[in-house]
Design a protein around this ligand. Structure first.
Ligand SMILES: Cc1cc2nc3c(=O)[nH]c(=O)nc-3n(C[C@H](O)[C@H](O)[C@H](O)COP(=O)(O)O)c2cc1C
Length: 327
């Protein structure tokens, strides 16, 4: 088995690719809390092929952000092969092909989950990218287009025959988007049907979820996505739980303030001030989820202009009785 895939299996819980989320600052926060393997957000191969600077920036690396997988979304073999060579030169551990994104603007151009609708095209892409990449190639799929087209085993076998090193299945159909419960029977079936490692994705929100899905599906690792939003320490919790430790880490409000400030300053450092102000809005709402009068707090956040005013904003924040946040 290729070394980098071994690292995913050893990590057991991986930070899943999330568009607009898994940038350097967020990955570094996850790594601080025990995440041992992470993916970039999906990167459109068109932007790489045509040398769009903003797209290239999504492939930026910093020391400590390793091992790291890069994920590409695309449907043109030539562009995917080009992107594969770029990612090898940039030292990524794994190249993942997105065959699961359900977004309309993605599937209508034949990318993401649309790749699962054309077995021949999918097989050709996998073969050519595996041949060109020189690093392990994995693929992330859905269970199928809809409940009448659950072709994950067929697609999994094509990927395996084409030389894919592993496969991750988000156990919902494209039609379901993110709704309803994932069907992890799908993951278990895929694991039984294939020889390559199979990773599970879907509703890993707690350490217990990770343990149950790993046990139930016999999958080789789980991908953590929404469960890490506002809770990057979920990786520490999962690691402890899988090591048989009962104690889950509990984060006090004082610790949370420090964590949020660190995330903000990492973001200013790697993404710049303007991107940070916008991106941190959603992260802040996730970090503070569950507190009452969050709307007022988020309104106040609009007055934040830089790292200094953010630190003052966080310093003033405290929790009053009945879970109210106050300034
Ligand atoms: C905001 C957001 C962005 C996502 N972006 C990507 C992406 O770029 N590539 C990808 O393969 N999956 C993406 N996903 C899907 C996740 O990787 C994961 O498969 C899915 O959310 C199911 O896991 P969960 O139920 O634990 O969140 C995204 C999910 C979310 C919520």
């Amino acid at each position: 088995m290729k070394n980098a895939v071994k690292k995913i299996i050893e990590a057991k819980a991986v930070l899943a690719p999330m568009s607009g989320i898994t940038d350097i600052p967020f990955r570094m926060m996850a790594r601080k809390f025990g995440c041992k393997f992470a993916f970039t957000e999906m990167i459109d191969v068109n932007g790489i092929f045509y040398k769009n600077l903003k797209t290239f920036k999504l492939m930026d690396r910093v020391p400590g952000d390793t091992p790291l997988g890069v994920q590409f979304v695309g449907q043109d073999v030539e562009k995917l092969v080009y992107a594969a060579k770029v990612s090898r030169d940039k030292g990524f551990s794994v190249l993942d092909i997105n065959a699961g994104c359900p977004a309309r603007k993605v599937v209508k151009t034949g990318k993401g989950a649309a790749l699962m609708q054309s077995a021949d095209k999918f097989g050709n892409i996998m073969r050519k990218v595996v041949k060109a990449a020189g690093i392990p190639v994995t693929v992330k799929i859905r269970s199928g287009w809809d409940d009448d087209n659950l072709n994950y085993v067929e697609i999994g076998k094509i990927a395996e025959d084409a030389g894919a090193s592993a496969i991750c299945v988000h156990a919902r159909t494209k039609e379901k988007m993110y709704k309803g419960k994932p069907d992890h029977e799908v993951t278990a079936n895929l694991k039984k049907a294939l020889k390559i490692p199979v990773f599970a994705s879907g509703n890993i929100f707690t350490a217990q979820d990770a343990k149950e899905v790993l046990t139930h599906t016999a999958s080789d690792a789980v991908f953590v996505a929404r469960g890490a939003l506002g809770r990057p320490w979920i990786f520490d919790e999962i690691n402890k739980c899988l090591n048989g430790e009962d104690e889950v880490c509990s984060i006090e409000f004082g610790d949370l303030k420090g964590i949020v400030k660190e995330h903000f300053s990492q973001s200013v450092r790697y993404s710049g001030g303007i991107v940070t102000l916008k991106r941190m809005y959603k992260h802040l709402a996730w970090y503070l989820k569950g507190y009452k009068n969050l709307n007022e707090v988020m309104k106040e956040y609009r007055n934040v202009k830089d790292l200094e005013s953010f630190e003052m904003f966080m310093e003033r924040l405290y929790v009053e009785e009945k879970n109210h946040l106050k300034f």
